[in-house]
Structure formats: C-alpha cells, structure tokens
Design a protein around this ligand. Structure first.
Ligand code: C5P
Length: 403
C-alpha cells in the first residue's frame, strides 16, 4: 500500500495508449491511492468513462462547463484536491495546449489551476514526437517544471518504430511511488558533482579544451536534488542554467576543479565525476598573447591531476561514480577504469554513437559495478539525459545501500 491516501488525478488524453491507463488506474487503487480521472474529448474516442468509473470508484470528469459536475466537485476543487496530476497518455495536441497555457477544456484549465506537481507521460507517433513544434513545446513544459516521463522507443500502434510509446503502467507506478511520494532517497546527503569541460590556458586568450557541454552533469545535479540531496555542482565553462536548489562553483582549469571539489567534499556522501577533465595542460602559460610569426610552434604539455582518482584515494568513505567516454571497446575500457580508479560505479558511453554523448540532449549509458567481485551491468537509454540521470542516481543509491 505504497500510495495509501495519496490523491492522484489521472488525466487521460486522446491516444491508443489510453487503454494502458485503465491498468494504471487499477494499480494505483491497489496501492491504496484515491484516483479521480479526467478525460479529454479525444480520450473518449478510445475508451469509455465507464471503464475508469468502475476502476476508480469515482465519477469521471470530462467537461469544464457542466453544471452537474461543477456542483459535485468543481474544476478548482479538483485542482486543489490533487496531490499529483498525472497525464497519461499525454497526446501531442494536449501537450501543445498545455505549453500554450490554454484553458479551453477541463484538463488544460485544471493544469493551470493546480499547485500540485504535473507529470506527463507522452504517447504519439514517432514523427510527431520528433517534430520541431513538439520539441519546442517539450522544452517549454520542462522549463516550467512539468516532468516528462518517456516516451519509450519501440513498435508503435501505427506500424512505425521509434520513440513515442507511453511508458508501461508498472514503470509509471514505480516512478510515482519513488519520485512523487517516496522518501527522498538522498535526503540528508550531500552530493558533489563535476560537470562540463576544463580549460587549460596557453596564453591569456587561448586554451586547450574539449567538446563537453555539461548537460549530463547538470542533469545529474537536478536529479540528485529532486531526490532530496544537498548538491554542489562544480562546473567548468558551460552555458547552462544552474538547476534550482543546487550550489554552483564555476571553475576553469582541472587544478581549480580539484580544489573546488576538495573544499566541498568534507561531509559529502557521494561524488560524481562527470566532467570531461582535460588530461593535459600546457607546461608554460605565456603571460602575453603569443605573436606570429612562430616557426613550427610546439605546445609542451604536462599531466593534470586525476580528480576522480584523487577523490577515491583521499576520501574512501565517499561513494564515487565515474564516467568513461569511449570511442571503442566500451565495456573493456570502462571495466578497467572501474578498477583502476576504484569507483563504486562507472558509467560508460560511446561518444561516437549517433544522438549520444557530447553536446547531445540524449545519451546511452552502460553502468558497470562489482558485486562480490563479479562485474555487473545495467543499460540506460538511448534516452534524454534527464531520464538517464534519474536512472544513474537511483542505481547509485541502491549500490550505496541508501534505501
Ligand atoms: O581516464 P578517463 O579520463 O577516461 O576517466 C574519465 C573519468 O575520470 C570521468 O569520471 C572524469 O570526470 C574523471 N577524470 C578526472 N580527472 C582527470 C581525468 C578524468 O576526474 N584528470
């Protein structure tokens, strides 16, 4: 009865995945939740209110301007009643109306009127999901704090294959239990995360660096914060907004990054080294801009400190997670790094894979760890870095024994 007395407003919009929401409604009720169902007009073409009325034990709400329904439980009361508004399936059309802030039917009005968290589980044809208009709408919704869960990739009812399938009811149930109503897994724990590239100066205007965007590290910070952690985000030079509630320390070079990490680690429980730290820095930094002509210029390099290896050696009580960006032999190289850097978990990604790695909004990760000496692995993605970040943080909490 993990959802006992939780009030869930299950909103069903038009899509073939609406049949899965009937099962979801049933699972919520089994877990002890109170469920009220709102259906859009589109949803009525796929499934009847009677199904949800029978499963939820409550009348189903479909109209904004229905005097009888308003007299029983009006739309504002319904918006106030909910502990969570879960839109599943969320159609492209409904998400567009939500992004535009419309209040032209019961569900869009409720979403404006509620102070409860709003989560959407999108379901649509893969081409509609990929469409630029949908992409813009998703950005807007996420920037306003509306959580998007999924969609999953796979066979679609329309015969196409790709991203657009609603998550399975059991996956949605798990996430509602853990992310919306669970005891925050990281509450009371401090997490230090490095993100982005480092810049190693050659002279006052030039530097050595790499293509890291910082998106994965920032997504990890957001996910750790959402699960209750106190987060310090040590960021190399990136142009990303600080996730709400996180403390950010901006650095440039690897040595600055290491100093910022060490100054924050004192009482930390978890360190995640997600930054693409430059392995080498110029041996000499010119204090004036180097001038042409230079005959056969040679840049002499020296090694930077390995921040992750330093942390695992000096702070063995901190659970450490590393990343391994690879361009071949992914698992072999990552397993070697797991052992060499003595981390509890290594997240390997093939940065040459399409739509993954540096600068992409998406990633595909193979997470490797050892359990009683045996190598274990879990695969995440391809999926949005925000979703992958949640997966990594939950796996980390499990491995560290924080239940
Ligand atoms: O050895 P490699 O650079 O592939 O290892 C990657 C992992 O080590 C990442 O977690 C990265 O943040 C960390 N690292 C580090 N300091 C370095 C190089 C890598 O912390 N100088």
């Amino acid at each position: 009865m993990g959802l006992k007395d939780k009030k869930i407003l299950l909103a069903v919009s038009g899509g073939i995945a609406a049949y899965k929401s009937a099962e979801l409604c049933r699972q919520f009720i089994r877990e002890g939740a109170s469920v009220r169902v709102v259906m859009t007009r589109g949803a009525l073409a796929f499934i009847t209110p009677m199904t949800f009325q029978a499963l939820s034990g409550n009348p189903v709400h479909t109209e904004l301007l229905d005097p009888a329904a308003e007299a029983a439980m009006g739309h504002i009361e319904l918006a106030r009643w909910a502990d969570l508004v879960l839109i599943a399936p969320a159609s492209a059309g409904f998400l567009a109306r939500l992004a535009a802030g419309m209040a032209d039917d019961l569900l869009s009005t409720l979403c404006l009127a509620t102070s409860a968290p709003v989560v959407a589980a999108p379901a649509m044809n893969q081409q509609m999901w990929a469409n630029a208009a949908t992409r813009d709408n998703m950005e807007r919704l996420q920037s306003r704090g509306i959580a998007l869960w999924g969609p999953a990739s796979g066979d679609q009812a329309c015969g196409e294959v790709g991203p657009g399938r609603m998550l399975e009811p059991s996956d949605i149930l798990d996430r509602v239990r853990d992310e919306c109503f669970g005891r925050p897994l990281l509450k009371g724990r401090k997490v230090v995360i490095t993100a982005g590239p480092t810049r190693e100066a050659i002279d006052p205007v030039r530097y050595v660096s790499n293509h890291s965007s910082g998106k994965m590290g920032f997504a990890l910070a957001e996910a750790a914060r959402a699960l209750g952690a106190e987060v310090v985000l040590v960021a190399g030079p990136v142009s990303l907004a600080t996730p709400a509630g996180c403390t950010r320390i901006d650095v440039e070079s690897a040595r600055e990054m290491l100093a910022a990490v060490e100054s924050s680690l004192g009482d930390a429980a978890l360190f995640i080294g997600c930054a693409a730290v430059a392995d080498f820095r110029p041996r000499e930094v010119a204090d004036q801009k180097l001038k042409k002509p230079v005959q056969n210029p040679v840049l002499e390099l020296e090694e930077n400190p390995d921040i992750l290896a330093t942390v695992t050696a000096r702070y063995p009580e901190v659970f450490s997670v590393g990343f391994a960006a690879e361009t071949g032999n992914l698992l072999e190289h990552a397993a070697a790094k797991l052992d060499k850097k003595k981390v509890g978990l290594i997240c390997a990604n093939d940065v040459t894979a399409a739509d993954s790695g540096f600068n992409s909004d998406k990633n595909t990760i193979v997470a490797l760890w050892r359990s009683s000496g045996e190598l274990r692995q879990s695969r995440f993605g391809p999926d949005h870095k925000k979703t992958i970040a949640g997966n990594i943080i939950r796996l980390t909490a499990e491995l560290a024994g924080w239940q």
